[in-house]
Design a protein around this ligand. Structure first.
Ligand code: HEC
Length: 342
């Protein structure tokens, strides 16, 4: 999720299966909300005055608040059901044939294929609003609370602030060296010193030598994506010396227990993805010692159920993803409750 502290959101298994980078968890505020505001909210917002007239939301549906999307409009169908695009009416209507009476938006630019894909991913990932609640006016007392992620986000904000203290952004010279080695460097927070590093344009050529080449900016690296690269345990020794590493993606690499055990040195590690590696229960003690961990992916590894249970017990605050949950097959939109009375 981006330069926004939201990037921690647990990515849906579906996203993993689709090969979407964990970083790809969709950020509601920066990627979905702007689309809704541009293409939907004009007609679907709280009752308001316009030119002396009271304007009500079309079909009694408001898309200007999280609670209102979950509640839905006059059809009594929720516009949004987390993890279920087939039940999410707002997803159905943007996918209808353009000549359907219920196609949304009825006027103005339709959603682009990319916007629809983002919306789909966001819903499948759990429709997380982060700390956004929208317009609380008119919210029924019994409406479910939606700003669940707020405490977690605050925790992340504090961590990033702490890690940034007294740290300078990487020098142009160091950045140049690192980029010449094939690394892509993104600044995590505008004006901040922390960076994310990946090798996404050359994973098959990313070996231990490449990792050694990013050492000049090691103090600044908070996110490191090594998924599908050809690194070995030797790189993990290097990586374990990065003092501000918060997020490490090792999925589908050749790392083994010996390498991963060294990560016990990473005192700020909050996210670790080991999906599709050969690690076994031998990594559990090292991971259990990392009390900062919040998201750990160990599915399709050799970690046993008992090992996973041990890890969960040692890290009660962490989300340990240990078994593959296949996404439900896509159903055709239900189509019920469609009215043609307009
Ligand atoms: C120009 C005004 C307008 C815009 C813009 C608009 N809608 Fe609508 N929307 C309507 C109207 C009118 C209806 C009622 C249509 C009917 O019942 O035939 C409706 C109905 C709906 C419904 C059905 C609600 C229910 O419970 O019956 C959903 C869902 C919906 N819109 C979603 C969206 C989404 C998502 C967008 C943006 C992509 C959007 N709308 C943009 C006017 C608009």
């Amino acid at each position: 999720m981006t330069a926004h502290p939201n990037f921690f959101k647990v990515p849906a298994i579906a996203a993993l299966l689709m090969g979407v980078s964990a970083q790809g968890a969709v950020n509601f505020k920066t990627e979905i909300l702007p689309v809704l505001e541009a293409k939907c909210v004009k007609c679907h917002k709280a009752e308001h005055e316009e030119g002396g007239k009271i304007v009500k939301p079309k079909a009694e549906l408001r898309l200007d608040a999280a609670w209102a999307m979950l509640k839905g409009g006059e059809s009594k169908r929720p516009a949004l059901v987390a993890k279920d695009t087939a039940k999410s009416y707002m997803f159905e209507v943007v996918n209808l044939p353009k000549d359907d009476d219920m196609f949304m938006p009825p006027k103005g630019d339709p959603l682009t294929a990319e916007e629809i894909a983002k919306l789909k991913t966001w819903i499948e990932e759990g429709a997380d609003f982060g700390d956004w609640e929208g317009n609380l006016a008119g919210k029924p007392a019994d409406a479910p609370s939606t700003a669940k992620a707020a405490p977690k986000e605050r925790e992340h904000d504090i961590l990033y602030k702490k890690l940034s203290e007294g740290l300078q952004p990487p020098s142009k010279e160091a950045l140049k060296k690192v980029q010449e080695a094939g690394a892509q460097v993104t600044i995590l927070q505008v004006g901040g010193p922390l960076v994310r590093v990946d090798f996404l344009t050359g994973v098959s050529k990313t070996d231990d030598a490449k990792i050694a080449a990013i050492l000049p900016i090691k103090d600044n690296i908070a996110h490191l994506d090594l998924a599908r690269t050809v690194i070995t345990d030797a790189s993990l020794k290097t990586v374990a010396s990065f003092p501000r590493l918060v997020r490490l993606d090792l999925r589908k690499t050749k790392v083994t227990d010996k390498g991963v055990q060294q990560l016990a040195e990473c005192k700020n590690l909050a996210y670790l993805n080991l999906y599709g590696t050969e690690v076994t229960d031998a990594v559990i003690p090292a991971l259990s010692s990392l009390k900062t961990l919040r998201d750990v992916f160990i599915w399709e590894t050799k970690v046993t159920e008992a090992g996973a249970a041990k890890l969960k017990a040692a890290l009660p605050e962490a989300e340990v993803v240990a078994s593959a949950v296949m996404p439900a097959p896509q159903q055709a939109p239900a189509g019920g409750n469609r009215r043609r009375d307009k």
